[in-house]
Design a protein around this ligand. Structure first.
Ligand code: 13P
Length: 330
């Protein structure tokens, strides 16, 4: 094999590892601002140390790698050390968990688009990726945010183009890009509205990924489930799975190895029911699994409450949520 062929094969293998065998991805990459707000909401004073202690609790939950193939870290955590002196990426490697890094720098408002967002972070991204790769990152994440109330062809395409540039740069540095076009589930919209917005976002995304020369065998797609808004009447898991599958089948090439869903603020039991119904669809072209944040960690954060005496109990709660999510993906 040539070097390029080897690099391509490694990307494809890592993308399959991230999404296969019933394992999924733990999203622990909240920004400093978001993580601090979540700590404070639990009565825990936010600090660099508190954020580190919490992420150490998550990563070192005994046996985590049974259900978790990769963990997405924030830049702050990526450079921190555990209490035993290992960096987080080093500890990931020792635990048999791939280390990931969130590389977008958040959103700003797209002018003239009724408040629609664009995700920032492309400037200097190549140099940042080179540094993360050298320090042990196997994959990265970039999240585009789409609101059904102001989604437009232009906003979907602008975000898709940014995702495509990011993905091509990741692959150039031997890093698997998680591409995440998240249609938010806040609001009272119906299932069909979410299906249309998700279809628009995914169609634009795969067109732009193709134009950017991204190798589809070396990416992981991280979409939302197609659901009614959280303030609308809910529908059954089989309806969610059917609507989600229809949109995915229409837009996602069969060469994509795996799809890892975000939880988006839905309760753990609900997203596990959606995933379980979807993984039961016969002859699916791609692996399906979880890349949940809140659905895995919110209970653990609450149980920990910033007290070292609660670490084991919090880890038990995290492991239970990882196990039900993994069971749903299997
Ligand atoms: P949630 O599962 O909490 O939506 O977070 C997943 C994620 O990584 C969002 O970017």
């Amino acid at each position: 094999m040539t070097t390029t062929a080897t690099a391509t094969a490694t990307l494809a293998e890592n993308a399959r590892t991230m999404t296969g065998n019933g394992r999924g991805i733990l999203a622990a990459d909240e920004s400093i601002k978001t993580m601090s707000a979540r700590l404070e909401a639990e009565g825990i004073p936010a600090s660099e140390t508190a954020r580190r202690d919490y992420r150490e609790l998550l990563l070192t939950a005994p046996g985590l790698s049974e259900w978790v193939s990769g963990i997405i870290l924030a830049d702050e955590t990526f450079g921190q050390t555990l209490s035993d002196g290992r960096t987080f990426p080093e500890a990931c490697r020792d635990l048999g968990i791939l280390a990931g890094i969130k590389v977008d720098t958040g959103t700003s408002v797209l002018p003239g688009q009724d408040g629609a967002f664009i995700t920032e972070g492309l400037d200097g991204l190549g140099a940042r990726l080179a540094s993360y790769a050298e320090r042990g990152a196997a994959f990265a994440k970039w999240r585009a945010v789409i609101d059904v109330t102001n989604v437009s062809e232009y906003a979907a395409r602008a975000n898709a183009a940014a995702l495509a540039r990011y993905a091509a740069l990741c692959q150039e540095h031997g890093i698997v890009p998680i591409v995440e076009p998240e249609v938010l589930c806040s609001g009272a919209h119906d299932l069909e509205t979410c299906a249309q917005a998700t279809g628009l976002a995914l169609a634009a995304l795969f067109e732009e990924l193709g134009r950017a020369g991204v190798d589809m065998t070396g990416i992981v797609l991280k979409p939302n489930f197609v659901t009614p808004g959280l303030d609308a009447a809910s529908v059954g898991a089989h309806d969610v799975a059917a609507a989600t599958y229809e949109v995915l089948l229409d837009t996602v090439p069969s060469t994509v190895p795996g799809i890892a869903f975000l939880s988006g603020g839905h309760p753990t039991a609900d997203v596990c029911a959606f995933l379980s119904a979807l993984s039961a669809v016969p002859d699916r072209p791609w692996n399906v699994t979880f890349s949940f944040g809140r659905a895995l960690v919110s209970d653990a954060l609450h149980t920990w409450a910033g007290d070292a005496a609660n670490v084991t109990a919090a880890q038990d709660v995290l492991k239970a949520n990882c196990k039900v999510s993994s069971d749903a993906a299997s």
